[in-house]
Design a protein. Structure first.
Ligand SMILES: Cc1cc2nc3c(=O)[nH]c(=O)nc-3n(C[C@H](O)[C@H](O)[C@H](O)COP(=O)(O)OP(=O)(O)OC[C@H]3O[C@@H](n4cnc5c(N)ncnc54)[C@H](O)[C@@H]3O)c2cc1C
Length: 441
């Protein structure tokens, strides 16, 4: 019998991978975590800027809704979360309007979508049945699908979006105090050093899982590294799993992943560009007769970055500019200065502030284009038309050798940290049960 180097290999050191590795290590299994980047976190990327005492989240930032697994993980790590607070305002030609105005109409449209017998795309739904709703409602639904879900309305399932918006994800949010990174560091620190290895800057190229063990081939600096394990948890973003084996950046599976074809056809990783603008002071609080002092989210459907948010409840000089879906797709790959220009133009438009005043206050800009990142190729998943079963299908293990986790492999709250953490924990628990059953045989 071949003795494997490790009980389990975890591919990817994002939220799903690190949570899984911590759970496996706590159960006494030996674990190798293999990560292509030179840092932990994947799509969680807490940046600490020089001489600025607050974390800057270039990836995930909020805890949406109840998120019980995330909140419990934070509690166990001794970390706190702070509820967001503040108003949502939208810029129209006639000025700013507050949230609540017309939102019942969005809810009515979503109830209608949820009751459809047959799934269809958001774009189709809006064009075929839109005449029953006000044009502002249709524009708002489209903006929310593109912004909040990073979705292309031509591809996204209207039933899935209706279900998601009907759940707890839109009902209030929090942020981990100090950012998300301390949670990931906590998981990494809890790995048993005598039996675990955390390999950064190590890009997995092939996973051979047809035999008695799983063999993993990876590239580290210019060297090839191979290790064998009893089982593996694959937490690669679905965009990587969807690549053809010959495409650059693809991971070769042997046997191939044909059993996952239906699952992978049902999810799409949407693009996002996030620009965090660091100012000298939160100058917007003084604008518009101080009406913006308690603004958390600000929108304008016609801006290149249609959503801005402040750091409330912290009154600190950060404004985040956000574009997702087709808008982000169009801008992805543009140079940094062009992206910043669009972000600043959006701030100017949404806040109705003079350019000179805004630039006087600007200190620096932090930009992240997630579509152009080779190890994520997008921000987070949404379900394609007919894709409701996809996350559960993706999460199914193959032959008690390959387990799958990640934000696209969790049926609840797809596209979130909660989905990633819950799926990582579930995959680890599946392996622990299988290993115990095997040992007791
Ligand atoms: C801009 C942005 C904002 C977001 N905002 C929120 C938010 O506010 N709230 C929320 O809940 N969620 C948010 N999300 C989503 C959240 O970040 C993700 O759902 C979650 O972090 C995904 O975790 P994961 O472990 O599934 O995947 P990842 O974090 O992508 O982990 C997978 C890991 O695999 C690695 N990898 C890729 N290829 C290879 C390879 N060949 N070999 C080895 N390793 C490889 C990657 O580098 C990565 O570290 C946001 C995401 C983005 C991008």
């Amino acid at each position: 019998m071949h003795v494997a180097d490790f009980d389990v290999a975890v591919i990817g050191a994002g939220a799903a991978g690190l949570c899984a590795a911590a759970e496996l290590s706590a159960a006494g299994l030996s674990v190798a975590v293999i990560e292509a980047r030179d840092r932990l976190g994947g799509r969680i990327y807490t940046h600490l800027a020089p001489a600025f005492p607050y974390p800057i989240e270039l990836g995930a930032e909020f805890i949406h809704g109840e998120a019980p697994v995330t909140r419990e993980s934070l509690r166990r790590a001794g970390l706190a979360a702070v509820d967001t607070a503040g108003r949502r305002l939208t810029r129209h030609t006639r000025g700013l309007s507050a949230e609540g105005d017309g939102f019942e109409e969005v809810e009515r449209l979503m109830r209608h979508a949820a009751s459809l017998q047959q799934d269809e795309s958001i774009a189709q739904f809006l064009s075929d049945r839109g005449s029953r709703y006000a044009p502002e409602t249709l524009a708002r639904v489209r903006m929310m699908a593109e912004g909040f879900d990073a979705a292309d309305p031509q591809r996204a399932s209207v039933k899935a979006i209706a279900q998601e918006w009907g759940g707890s994800s839109l009902e209030g949010s929090s942020r981990p105090l100090g950012g998300y990174a301390p949670l990931l560091d906590h998981w990494a620190r809890t790995l048993d050093v005598t039996r675990s290895r955390l390999l950064l800057s190590t890009e997995v190229q092939a996973i051979e899982w047809g035999g008695e063990v799983v063999r993993i081939v990876a590239r580290r600096a210019s060297r090839t590294l191979a290790l064998s394990t009893q089982r593996a948890i694959v937490t690669l973003p679905v965009s990587i799993l969807q690549l053809r084996p010959t495409e650059p950046g693809a991971v070769r599976f042997d046997p191939d992943l044909r059993d996952k074809a239906r699952a992978l056809a049902g999810v799409v990783l949407g693009p996002v560009i996030k620009v965090v603008l660091q100012f000298r002071r939160p100058f917007w609080e003084e604008l518009d007769d101080r009406r913006l002092g308690d603004a958390l989210f600000l929108h304008a459907a016609d801006a290149p970055f249609p959503t801005l948010w402040t750091a409330l409840p912290l009154r600190i000089p950060l404004l985040t500019a956000w574009t997702g879906g087709p808008g982000a797709e169009r801008l992805s790959g543009a140079g940094r200065s062009q992206v910043i220009e669009h972000a600043l133009a959006s701030v100017q438009h949404i806040l109705a502030v003079a350019e000179g005043r805004m630039l006087e206050e600007l200190s620096t800009a932090h930009v992240y284009d997630w579509r152009s990142d080779p190890f994520s190729r997008g921000a987070y998943c949404y379900l394609a038309v007919g894709g409701q079963e996809a996350p559960a299908l993706l999460a199914k293990p193959l032959r008690d050798r390959l387990y799958f986790a990640g934000e696209g492999a969790a049926s609840g709250q797809i596209g979130t940290v909660e989905a990633a953490v819950a799926s990582g924990r579930d995959a680890a628990r599946g392996i622990i049960r299988a290993a115990q059953a095997h040992a007791g045989r």
